[in-house]
Structure formats: C-alpha cells, structure tokens
Write a protein that binds this ligand. Structure first.
Ligand code: ARG
Length: 464
C-alpha cells in the first residue's frame, strides 16, 4: 500500500505505512504536547529569522506567524487535538500549518531539523520550569521563616545519632532548612545558564547551507548564547542531568524535613500536632491522624532520583549526534518538574497551616534529659579544669544520676562540690536549658542573638 505523500510526513522514499503498534511505540505526541507553546514560539522565531536573511519574504514570514498563532488559538479553544499519526508535537504543528496555509506551510522547516527543534523547545520549557521551582522554593522558605520567627524563644532537643545531644532554638533548627533551600536556588540559577543556550540552527547535526542567522533566533527566544558546535548542540543533554540532580537535592531536603515532621508528630515525640488542613484519618482506626503529606513527599523522592539515574543511563552509551533514545528525556523531566513543584507546594502549605508546634511539650522535653551535660564540663573548663578530665567526671556523674533517677538540676550543691571543688551555686543557672542555648554564641551557633541574626539575614536575602 503506497502512502499518500501529501499527508505523510516522510519522503517519497517510503512506500508502506507504519505498523500500528510501531506507530504507537514511536509516537511521543502523548506527552510532548506539553512543549506546544514553546514549539510555536520557536517556529515563530525561526520564520522571522528566515525572512531577515532573505530565505523567505517578510510577507511569507508574517503569514507563517499568523498560521502558528492560529494553531495556538485552536489549542486554547481545545480544537487542536493531534493524534498518533502526527507522531510528535513538531510534526503535529507543521501538518496543521500546511493544512491552514497550503504550500507556504511547507517552507517553515527550511534550514531546521527536529533535532535542533526539540532541543530548543525542551530548553525553553525547562527554563520556565526552573523559574517556577525557584518561586516555589521562595514560598517554602517564607513559610519556614514565618515558623522560625514565631519560635525563636522556643527550645527543642537537638540530636545527633537521633540521641538527645544539646538543646537548641526551634528557629535554629528550621533555619537550617532555609540554608538548604538557598543552596537549591543557587544551584538552579547556576545550571539555568547552561540551559539557556540555543541549539537552533545546528539542523540535523552538521549545520545547514541555508543562510540562517542563529543569533537572530537565539535573541528572539531570550537565549544567552548559541551552541558553538552543531554536534554538541543536538546531542547535549547535560542540562537535563544537571537539572535532575538539582531537583533530587531539593527532594532530599524536603524528605529530611518530612522525616522529622513524621517523628515529631508521633506519640513518642508529640513536638507538633497536625492540623486538620493537612492530616488524614485512618479508614479503620478512628483515633488516628496520619502525616500523609510528609510521607508522600518522602516517598516521591524515589521517582525523582530514579529519573536522574534513568537519564544518566539513557545518555551514557550514545554515539554522536542525535539518537531517538533522547525522546526518553521528556517524561523523566516532565515528571521530575511536576513532582518537585507539587512537593514544594505541599510542604509550604504544611508549614503555613498544617503544623502546630507544642511549646509546653518541647519545654518539658528539653528540661528532662542530660542534654546539658556538656555544659557542666564547659563550666569546669571555664574554671581551669582540663576538658578531658571534666568530661570524665561528668560522665561518672551522669551515670550516678541515672542510677538514682535524678536529673543534673536535682543534685544538691554538696554533691557537686564533693565531685569537684570548683563547683559553686551558679552551676544551676549554667545548666538551665535557656542558658545552655544562650551560651552557644559562636558564629552560626544556636544562641538567641545568633539565631536572630540568621533570621534577619535570611529575610533580607529573600527581599532582593
Ligand atoms: N520526538 C522526538 C524527540 O522527542 C523529536 C526529534 C526527532 N528527531 C528525529 N530525527 N527522529 O526527541
């Protein structure tokens, strides 16, 4: 069966149509329709560039632009619905243009290949998504800052090895996540520069004899530069890997916070309660309130990390230049972006209205352990006792207290003095949790004034 060459995309070299299962297997239209707006933008820039170098007339260019804008309008109205036979978004648009404009529509693809076209579309799309993720990170940071500001005076046990270590400001703990989010933003800003390079004009792989002006299209599309090498232009997906790695780190940070919220909301901790806005019930156990939001965020890390691995493996064995394997980059990136954005939004909402910290319970937790033991040693050090000696003495003291069911603050002064003559009545003030926190004045430490400074700096950073 001969294919009708007027409707088929392929040249007259082809005599038979695709096997229907292969047509399905080959098509990317089911997902790359996401790139439609960027494909139209890229084609509009390309058509105007062709007129600027005299390949087509200015009038032809404007007719092509009119046709492309009509496709945009049809898509907005819901009447542009390409099917499998269109294969991908690039062919779907070109076909519709030819239907609308006749022979003129066939001039659009002059000096261009789908290889440089898809690379251009993907970069334009990702550039916008990076900006959306940046905005989502800012919202997440603001939510953290609001909670931090409200809890500068509230203490929480600080942990190492998930064992009570030293008390800290709750705000200090939350501000650690602000720092992570700022690094995430910096990474995205940095890699965005490498996303924003234009491959258009590389054509299939080698450039084109058609007199094109790559700087013209690049500038019209807001790119900072053009790829220097046409082979690299159509076969580079480093930017996709870099982005996936940056998104993976965003997810790592969200997941660590999620894990903490899940622990804090448990009966064992009770540091926070979940409000009805963000918690869910059990279908069976009426007493339960489940932290589904942080659990889902933690769980969704798997797919984002998986996409990073998938991209690396997909690319690693590919000879230059374009290979169809690259079609697999899209679903990975689309899902990475959608998942990361959804998780950032959910965690921001959780912080905005889903959590209530429990200051009384936190106070009780901080006051009922040995997390001030280091400060007893520090007290002796301040009085000239060598640290290692002080450390040994206090270790022994903690052991005795544990045997007797006492806390350090419960010991009478005679017992302190029996242990070491340097102890005086001020030991009680020195080991009170607020004093323990206030004493850690080193730069970046948890002392109240250090935390206020961090908070101010973080707020100022978000202003610019
Ligand atoms: N749908 C393809 C992709 O996503 C477009 C590029 C196809 N190029 C080609 N020579 N088959 O990568």
């Amino acid at each position: 069966m001969a294919v009708d060459s007027s409707s088929s995309t392929w040249s007259q070299r082809f005599e038979q149509g695709l096997h229907p299962a292969i047509e399905r297997f080959n098509a990317s239209i089911g997902f790359d329709i996401t790139l439609l707006q960027h494909d139209l933008d890229g084609s509009i820039a390309h058509a105007r560039m062709l007129a600027s170098t005299g390949v087509i007339s200015a009038e032809e260019a404007e007719q092509l632009v009119g046709g492309l804008e009509q496709v945009r309008a049809e898509a907005a109205a819901g009447s542009f619905n390409p099917g499998l036979e269109d294969e991908d978004v690039h062919f779907a648009v070109e076909r519709r243009l030819i239907t609308l404009l006749g022979p003129l529509g066939k001039k659009l693809h002059t000096g261009r290949s789908r290889n440089d076209q898809v690379g251009t579309d993907l970069r334009l799309w990702l550039r916008g998504q990076i900006d959306a993720i940046d905005a989502a990170l800012v919202r997440f940071e603001r939510a953290l800052l609001a909670q931090a500001e409200a809890h500068v005076e509230v203490l929480i046990p600080g942990y190492t090895h998930l064992q009570r270590a030293q008390p800290i400001c709750l705000a200090h703990h939350l501000l650690a996540y602000v720092e992570m989010a700022e690094r995430d933003r910096a990474r995205l800003r940095d890699l965005r520069q490498r996303v924003n390079i234009c491959p258009l004009g590389a054509a299939a792989l080698a450039g084109t004899p058609v007199p094109i002006d790559r700087r013209h299209t690049a500038a019209a599309l807001g790119f900072d530069d053009v790829y220097a090498n046409s082979l690299d232009a159509v076969s580079d997906r480093d930017f996709a890997v870099e982005f996936s790695a940056a998104a993976s780190l965003v997810m790592v940070h969200l997941s660590r916070l999620s894990e903490e919220v899940i622990l804090w909301a448990s009966e064992e901790f009770r540091f926070v309660t979940l409000t009805d806005r963000c918690a869910t019930g059990s279908s069976l156990m009426p007493q339960k309130k489940n932290p589904d939001v942080p659990e889902l965020v933690r769980g969704k890390c798997g797919r984002v990390f998986g996409h990073l691995q998938g991209l690396l493996v997909m690319i690693k064995g590919l000879p230059l230049a374009y290979n169809k394997d690259f079609q697999e980059d899209k679903e990975a990136l689309f899902d990475t972006v959608a998942t990361t954005l959804a998780c950032l939004e959910a965690m921001a909402i959780l912080l905005e209205e889903g959590l209530q910290f429990q200051p009384e319970r936190l106070e009780q937790a901080v006051g009922s352990d040995f997390s001030n033991a280091t400060d007893v040693a520090d007290y002796l050090v301040a009085k000239g006792v060598p640290f290692r000696e002080a450390y040994q003495l206090v270790g022994g003291l903690v052991k005795t207290c544990l045997q007797e069911g006492l806390l350090l603050r419960d010991l009478p002064l005679e017992r302190w003095q029996a242990l070491h003559g340097a102890f005086e009545g001020d030991i009680y003030a020195a080991i009170a949790p607020r004093q323990v926190v206030a004493a850690r004045r080193s730069e970046g430490g948890t002392a109240f004034e250090q935390v206020r400074l961090q908070l101010q700096r973080a707020q100022a950073r978000l202003q610019d």
